[in-house]
Structures are given as C-alpha cells and as structure tokens.
Design a protein around this ligand. Structure first.
Ligand code: ADP
Length: 368
C-alpha cells in the first residue's frame, strides 16, 4: 500500500484546505496511508513527524469551510539548492512516503518537478553516504509527483481556473460593492488596486462584475498611448449621464502603452487634476486571499484532489508528472512540465513587453 503526502506551497489561496481534505480522504478511501507536509518545502527540509505527519480521516474534518491553509505554507530558499532537496528526499523516505501532491503556484510546481527529475541521483547519493539502505533505495526508486494549482491569480496556463481565483474575485466584488455605496453618498471616485502579479484576470473579471468605469491590466497596455485622455473621456461621459460614482480598477502589474507601470496614485492624480473628482485609493491587499472559499472553489479543489490521488496511483516511472486542470468544466490531466513552461513563457513575454506573444501564448490553453 502506498503512502501519499500532500503539501501546500507558495502564496496561500482559499480552497487549499478542501484540496488537502479531499487528497487525505481519497488516499485513505483507496487503502493508502495519508501524510501532510507542514509549511511547504520547509517541512520537507526539516523532516520528522512534526513536519511530515500521518493524517487520519478525522484530521481534516470541517476543512471545507476553513479559509487559508491549515497545514501552513512557506517560501523556502533551501529547497532551491540541491542540499535542501537531498534532505527532503531523505525525510520523505524516512517517513515512508511514495508519492507527493503539491498544491501551489508555478514556482512550487517547478520545484516539484525538479525534485522528481533529480530523485534518482538524490537517492543514489543517500545510499552511497549510508543515509538509506539498499532496500530503501530499491523500494523508493521513483517519486510520483502530481500538481494541483492553488493560486488566487488564475495565472496558470492549460487550466481554466486555479483553486482560489473565484473566491478572490468574489472578495474583490464585495469590497467594490462596499466602496461603491460610500462613493455614491459623497459622489466620489475610487481607484481600487487588485492583486494578480503578471495576470489581469482578477481585474478584468472584477471590472465586468462590478461594472467599473475603467480598468488597467498587464496584458493590454492602456490603449492609444493617452490613457489619461481616454479614461477621463469615459468617466466624464458616465458622469454627464448622472452617475455619482467612479470606479477604476488597477491590476498589480498594470502598464501604460509606453510600457511603464501604472500605479493607483498615477490614476488618482489624473482624476483629481483633469476632472476635479474627490478621489480615494483603496488597496485591497490580503483581504483578497482571506475568508472562506466560495462553493465553486470547494468543489473544484475536491474534484481535483480526488483526481490527483487517482493520477499518482496510476503513474509509474515513465509517466510524465501530471498537473490536474479544469477545461470546459471537466477535470483533466495536463503534463506538469509543459504547463509550467507555458506559464513562465507568458510571464517572460510580459516582462519583455512582448504583449502580442504573451496573448498568443495565453491562448494556447490546450496541450494534448
Ligand atoms: P508560487 O508557488 O506561488 O509560484 P514561489 O514561486 O514563491 O510561489 O515558490 C514557492 C516555493 O517553491 C519556493 O519558496 C521554493 O521553495 C520552491 N521553488 C520555487 N521555484 C523553485 C525552483 N526553481 N527550484 C526549486 N524550488 C523552487
């Protein structure tokens, strides 16, 4: 019987607890042992029963209704070095773990695949230095890895939705509704900054859902080079029709047509100077990651957790590590390495200011 471990890593996202719960319970249901690795890769590097814990059915009771991640997450510099990964391999073998499911963003999944590809040389070294026995070397000769994507940004290529994205979107919409009420009272303008790193999904969808006046996203630099004029014309038109509120959403990575970053204070200045609007800035910050998951994320994380366990049980040394995705409402498996590579090339194209390429890559959603 296999022992399957799960960890959450990188930035937290609502729904991670549902994913862990589903993985633990599916593993147990299938007659496997279930483990959790506490504090992301930090827990692998530290090892021992405090960090690599065996879990029972009851240990995840009620987790669907809890926000954040109860098994902790961290950014771990040591795991980026071979020494750290060597310790990780030793600690997994000491705990008797055969398969690792990582719920995280592209960084975490890159680390997971690197760990898998290095595994044979890691265990070779562990055996040569007498840290593991010949029997352990034979028994743990391959590490099965599977990725589920936990990220509020919805920034992973090859999947339509990441675990947490719809919860964060819901938080943003609620917050903008709150702001809208007070904006209406005072006839004010609000510039709302939202998260998303290189990805404008949260800003774009929140813009549609809250009927914002104008949005700034990384993928489409503010149009004709004169965003100031375009935004003011639109806002002035809405105001002329009697609208008492103005909402402008600025994504974290927003840029102008000359490719310089656009900050909420840049937008604030234009609304004040050109339109004379009483304008405030609201940075939503970690409220977006907070609270419990919306039903969609709980369901997505549960279905993907079940599929992740199926995937590791069906994989062997020759199977490329899978990433559990969702495409057109169906839970699917994608090659993890390809998905991460595509995601990174989108981010690189945006950083290199090659938006045409970024958009073309982002459209390459399906890898068969
Ligand atoms: P996210 O998973 O949300 O993208 P990070 O990029 O911060 O978050 O990655 C989380 C952790 O994953 C890092 O702190 C590190 O321990 C591990 N990691 C990320 N990239 C690599 C890599 N190239 N090699 C090894 N480990 C990595």
């Amino acid at each position: 019987n296999k022992a399957i471990a799960v960890m959450t890593s990188g930035g937290d996202a609502q729904g991670m607890n549902s994913n862990v719960r589903a993985i633990v319970r599916t593993a147990l249901f299938k007659g496997c042992k279930a483990f959790v690795v506490m504090e992301g890769y930090e827990g692998l590097v530290r090892g021992g029963p405090e960090y690599i814990k065996e879990f029972s059915w009851e240990d995840v009771r009620g987790w669907n209704a809890e926000g954040g991640t109860n098994i902790g997450t961290a950014r771990c510099l040591e795991f980026r070095q071979r020494e750290g990964r060597l310790l990780g391999a030793l600690h997994l073998i000491e705990a008797g773990v055969d398969a690792l499911i990582v719920c995280g963003g592209d960084g975490s999944l890159t680390g997971a695949d690197l760990f898998r590809s290095e595994w044979p040389s890691l265990i070779q070294e562990l055996q040569e230095t007498g840290k593991i026995t010949q029997e352990q070397h034979t028994r743990y000769k391959h590490l099965n890895i599977c990725g589920t994507v936990g990220s509020i940004d919805n920034d992973m290529s090859t999947t339509d939705a990441t675990i947490g994205a719809y919860s964060a979107l819901d938080r943003i919409c609620q917050a903008i509704d709150y702001v809208e009420a007070t904006a209406n009272s005072h006839s004010r303008a609000f510039v709302v900054e939202v998260m998303g790193r290189n990805c404008g999904w949260l800003a774009l969808l929140a813009g549609i859902a809250t009927s914002a006046d104008y949005i700034f996203i990384p993928e489409k630099p503010a149009s004709d080079g004169d965003w100031q004029k375009q935004m003011c014309d639109i806002v002035a038109k809405h105001r002329a029709r009697g609208k008492r509120t103005t909402i402008v959403i600025v994504a974290e990575g927003a840029i102008s047509a000359d490719l310089t970053p656009i900050s909420p204070s840049d937008v604030h200045k234009v609304l004040v100077d050109k339109l004379g609007l009483d304008t405030r800035i609201t940075t939503l910050g970690h409220v977006q990651r907070g609270g419990t998951a919306v039903a969609y994320d709980r369901i997505l994380a549960t279905l993907q957790g079940v599929e992740a366990v199926n995937a590791v049980l069906e994989s062997d040394a020759d199977t490329p590590s899978p990433l559990i995705a969702v495409n057109e409402n169906k839970i699917t498996r994608k090659p993890l390495v390809e998905s991460v590579r595509l995601t990174k090339s989108v981010a690189d194209a945006i950083k290199a200011k090659d938006f045409k390429k970024a958009m073309a890559l982002r459209d390459t959603e399906f890898i068969e």
